[in-house]
Ligand binder design. Structure first.
Ligand code: GLA
Length: 684
């Protein structure tokens, strides 16, 4: 990871040094008559709200025509919020262009890979590379900075909104021109690009930069390196927009920190946040639950990754939901107690602010069925009571504010290049899901009660004793070297099927799989053997594999077989291997085992790495432990309340909410980044 900008947290308008957790929401007063605004401010105070994100979708209201501006309403709202001591995370309001802009300049509209224009009518209909859009967005940003830069309510700038939520992949002519410029910077010469893209294949050799296009709808699979580079470029193009707004704000209002809300959640992968995290003063994230058996694990996984993208420093949960969303096939309401449980999971992983989309549930528009802090039913509602309770809970947790999250001894690597490349078309199977495999490992850690960080590949990996790098598909030479040094230096590396296969240009490392990691793992695979839908394979450790198998040959004398296939074409052959190298080891898991199977495998691998649970036996699997300095969060993994007792006799209980207990370990107690002996199951 690059150097972080100096970490600057919110500029709280009053008592700037008082420790507190942020609590609030997106606030969209433009959807309501003025009479409601004062009611809003009063109810916000009643609920304990201390910050709102304002003007996110206000462009058309602020600038109804090219040369007409209307700030009076926003002046009034800013002043009102300030009068109630509510800080403002003020948007640059550039997320969604107004109708006049799109109709005057239809060339700002994004184009999909089939060549279809994305018309106005929704939101975020702009090309990240459009010079016209950029000019108008910066004009608005400048106006807002000049008008509100010194407003006493202003706590931070909120750049755009969820950059790339709807417009990450644009195949327009603007995108084509910007893609070519990006490629020139990356490769320097056409010859280098032709080599990297392997254009000798299918007669694709380029003789002029102007011939290069984004991977638009083609007769067959577009060139895989072109596709991978387009993903890298598209992430960079949005990052350039972020930088353009940020640099302007840094010039006009150097004392105000800037952030933008990431979408570290579910399968969203268009933006390489490992690369973006250093561009903002503090990291902010939006998270919505993915329904299913791993919903809570996924929430924790995302919060954990966000905390590590933030370099362990506090971050801002900019949006989540008080109850149902409106954009899933079926939108589930939250259960009693879940609001606090979900919110505190984010706090446990370093969030110093808990905010929602949105303050008051819309009466009309595309999100009228999305929950909010004040639902359609009004303040006399279970949701608003839960919100108010959460406000009180967060006040009780104020001492936690500012405390960095504490590193675990184990980590799971999440690598955007591998995510992108492993899921491209024309691979051995289109059933592979990169993030799901990583999440399954995370669930296995939780099942065993072992804390694990989720980190980008650029993180300092050597600080972990156990490193799981699932489907680490793209392994440039430098990464292979780092992993070799990690293992010989005493680290315990675990990787899986389809790892080590290609270099940064998506070219296969020849000589047998897993390519760049072959020697380190002490194995060689001649051919992949993915499984058909519904096909399974038993292993002699009692687990069952799906999706993938490998025909593994051992190449180094010290490589040990931890499990063999029990049936199928590979019966009797190795399925799981481990090789001791220097002071460390390198292990390989050749099939998809799912959370239960991985728990079995991980129990052995973690034990051999000397990494153990810090939880008493009876809590393991049922409770997640997350640590911020002296604060330990015990979070129920189920909907059942868990009496998560303190971890030690000297721990004091700071807070006990449904499904969450927070304890404080006394000063001089264990530092969580130190090695812990396994806890005895004494039930302390
Ligand atoms: C995103 C957006 C919000 C809202 C929510 C709904 O996070 O940023 O404006 O649309 O989704 O879940």
């Amino acid at each position: 990871m690059g150097e972080h900008r100096a970490h600057r947290w919110l500029r709280w308008p009053s008592e700037p040094d008082r420790a507190r957790l942020g609590f609030g929401a997106d606030y969209n007063p433009e959807q309501w008559p003025r009479e409601v605004w004062r009611e809003d401010a009063r109810a916000m105070r009643a609920a304990g709200v201390n910050i709102v994100s304002l003007a996110i979708f206000s462009w058309a209201r602020l600038q109804p025509r090219a040369e007409e501006w209307d700030f009076a309403w926003l002046d009034e709202v800013m002043d009102l919020l300030h009068a109630y001591d509510i800080a403002v995370d003020l948007a640059t309001a550039t997320a969604s262009p107004p109708p006049w802009l799109a109709s005057t300049y239809p060339q700002i509209l994004p184009v999909d890979r089939d060549g279809r224009v994305r018309w106005p009518g929704g939101r975020q209909h702009w090309r990240p590379t459009s010079p016209i859009f950029r000019r108008h967005a910066l004009r608005l940003t400048r106006r807002l900075a000049r008008r509100y830069g010194a407003h006493p309510a202003l706590a931070a700038w909120h750049l755009s909104n969820e950059l790339g939520c709807h417009n990450v992949y644009d195949y327009s002519d603007d995108a084509a021109a910007a893609f070519r410029a990006w490629l020139r910077t990356r490769y320097g010469t056409l010859a280098a690009l032709n080599r990297a893209w392997a254009t000798s294949f299918w007669s694709q050799h380029y003789s002029d930069w102007g011939q290069i296009l984004p991977p638009r709808l083609a007769t067959s699979y577009p060139n895989p390196t072109q596709q991978l580079d387009f993903k890298r470029f598209s992430s960079d193009a949005l990052k350039e927009h972020l930088r353009a707004e940020r640099d302007l704000l840094a010039e006009l209002t150097p004392d105000i920190p800037v952030t933008t809300n990431f979408m570290v959640m579910g399968e969203t992968n268009g933006m390489n946040y490992a690369d973006w995290a250093t561009e903002v003063d503090f990291v902010a994230n939006d998270h919505y639950l993915t329904p299913g058996p791993q919903a809570y694990d996924e929430l924790s996984f995302s919060a954990n990754l966000t905390g590590n993208l933030a370099g362990g420093r506090p971050w801002f949960l900019m949006e989540h939901s008080t109850s149902a969303v409106n954009w899933q096939p079926v939108n589930l309401a939250k259960r009693p107690g879940q609001l606090a449980r979900d919110s505190l999971t984010h706090v446990a992983h370093g969030a110093d602010a808990v905010c929602f989309f949105q303050w008051r549930q819309s009466a009309a528009g595309a999100e009228k069925y999305h929950s909010a802090m004040i639902p359609h039913a009004g303040e006399d509602s279970d949701v608003f009571r839960a919100v108010t309770d959460l406000g009180a809970t967060l006040r009780a947790l104020a001492p936690v504010a500012g405390t960095p999250r504490s590193r675990a001894r184990a980590a799971i690597v999440l690598d955007w290049d591998s995510w992108w490349a492993a899921e491209l078309d024309s691979g051995p199977t289109d059933r592979l899901r990169y993030r799901q495999e990583a999440l399954d490992w995370y669930s296995a850690f939780l099942d065993l009660g072992i804390r694990a960080d989720v980190v980008p590949a650029s993180a300092p990996l050597e600080q972990y004793d156990l490193l799981v790098a699932p489907i680490l598909h793209v392994v440039p030479g430098a990464l292979a070297d780092r992993l070799r040094r990690y293992v010989t230096g005493g680290g315990h590396l675990v990787t899986t099927y389809f790892s080590g296969i290609v270099d940064e240009h998506n070219h296969v490392w020849l000589g047998g799989y897993p390519g760049a990691l072959r020697d380190l793992l002490g194995i060689r695979i001649q051919e992949f053997a993915p499984l058909a839908d519904g096909q399974t394979v038993g292993l002699d450790n009692g687990t069952t594999g799906t999706l993938w198998t490998d025909h593994i040959a051992l190449t180094e004398p010290g490589t040990e077989i931890l499990a063999r296939y029990r049936n199928g074409d590979l019966a009797g052959r190795p399925a799981l291997t481990r090789r001791v190298v220097g002071a460390g080891s390198a292990a390989y898991v050749s099939t998809r085992l799912g959370p239960a199977g991985l728990s079995t495998v991980l129990a052995e691998l973690a034990d051999r790495a000397g990494v153990h649970s810090e939880l008493p036996g009876e809590l393991r699997g049922r409770v997640e432990l997350a640590v911020r300095g002296p604060y330990r969060f015990l979070i129920s993994r189920t909907d059942q309340p868990v009496d998560a007792a303190p971890l030690g006799p000297a721990d004091t209980v700071l807070l006990r909410a449904t499904g969450v207990t927070v304890v404080r370990t006394p000063a001089g107690g264990r530092a969580s980044h130190e090695a812990h002996p396994p806890q005895s199951g004494s039930g302390v």
